[in-house]
Design a protein around this ligand. Structure first.
Ligand code: FAD
Length: 301
């Protein structure tokens, strides 16, 4: 399969790539085939080859919101990363390759006296993953600044979507609803005039608050659950006495109960912990927690 994919697309493909190295949780079995295209055109060729060979496709960014199961992912995993991470500015507009990190994007904007993305500096995702998830923090959401998204659908067609077509909501965009999932290649942000010194001071203050509250030195995928309407997931988990609760090497952080962390466990431990925490919270508080983390792949047998 790998040789045919490579021959048809002209894109370099690796076999059996451990996805634990591609996720912030440091968990996950191998991808059968793994590729990191360097342009939309290469991506479209890759998708055409996968379609012709009936190979299933999974897209990832920086893997900071993913739980990949221990058996890994069958078919082709495409990472939109470093080779598609160019940043360009024109007036109040910044256009970013989907593989750029949100940190790079926020610093790029600040250096050009453009405000509106300081909140994103500490979110460890890519621009593409950030738009799909409508990532947000400290009162800001990426969707508020996005004016246009370019991408390639899995049938190989190039598309553009406007802000309104993306239907952003809390940790949600229309990109999550399409099946098969379209792939984001480039995002245009419209920002506000600001002052570099002020924006950088705000980013430093938010980084300080993040480090104070969040367990940033252990592998996690950030907040494991979405914020349920009218509640905070971390407060509900804490209220159920689950801080420090563990399944194998997966643990509810003692620093921030909304963060489930990996301390040398397996993806199966982590998934069981997620399910047990959600079940306990439902039983004791009546509130249903929905995962924010996206679960991919197969269990190991
Ligand atoms: C320590 C820590 C702190 C965090 N803090 C926050 C926070 O404050 N706010 C917040 O919102 N999130 C936070 N997160 C979660 C995470 O960083 C965001 O959800 C981020 O937007 C995910 O981006 P990613 O590139 O890592 O996507 P991935 O995890 O790789 O993928 C997430 C989803 O997006 C899809 N996807 C990725 N790239 C593309 C693409 N180019 N085209 C189409 N689909 C794509 C994937 O298929 C998957 O469904 C945190 C995570 C960690 C580890």
């Amino acid at each position: 399969m790998i040789h045919e994919l490579q021959a048809r697309s002209g894109v370099d493909i690796q076999a059996n790539v451990p996805l634990s190295g591609c996720t912030s949780l440091r968990l996950g079995g191998p991808a059968d085939c793994f590729a990191e295209p360097d342009s939309s055109e290469a991506l479209a060729r890759l998708l055409a080859a996968a379609r012709a060979l009936a190979v299933p496709v999974t897209v990832i960014g920086r893997g900071s919101n993913l739980l990949v199961r221990d058996g890994g992912i069958r078919g082709l995993v495409i990472r939109i990363g470093r080779p598609m991470s160019d940043l360009r500015q024109e007036g109040l507009t910044v256009t970013a390759g989907a593989g750029a990190s949100l940190g790079e994007l926020a610093r790029f904007a600040a250096q050009r006296d453009l405000a509106g993305l300081a909140f994103a500096a500490g979110i460890p995702g890519s621009v593409g993953g950030g738009v799909v998830m409508n990532a947000g923090a400290y009162g800001g959401e990426l969707g508020e600044r996005v004016t246009r998204v370019e991408g390639v659908s899995q049938d190989g067609a190039f598309f553009t979507l406007s802000h309104d077509e993306l239907a952003f909501g809390y940790r949600h965009s229309a990109l999550q609803d399409a099946d098969p999932a379209p792939i984001v290649t480039r995002v245009t942000f419209t920002l506000l005039p600001g002052s570099r010194a002020e924006i950088e001071a705000e980013m430093a203050e938010l980084a300080r608050r993040r480090a104070e509250k969040q367990p940033l030195n252990v592998p996690s995928a950030g907040s494991t659950f979405k914020r349920p309407a009218g509640h905070f997931a971390a407060a509900l988990i804490d209220q159920c006495g689950l801080k420090g609760y563990a399944v194998g090497g997966a643990l509810v952080s003692g620093k921030h109960a909304g963060f489930l962390v990996n301390q040398g466990g397996t993806a199966a431990d982590f998934e069981r912990l997620m399910n047990e925490v959600a079940a306990r919270v439902l039983a004791e508080t009546g509130v249903r927690l929905e995962p924010e983390v996206r679960v991919l792949g197969e269990a190991s047998n």
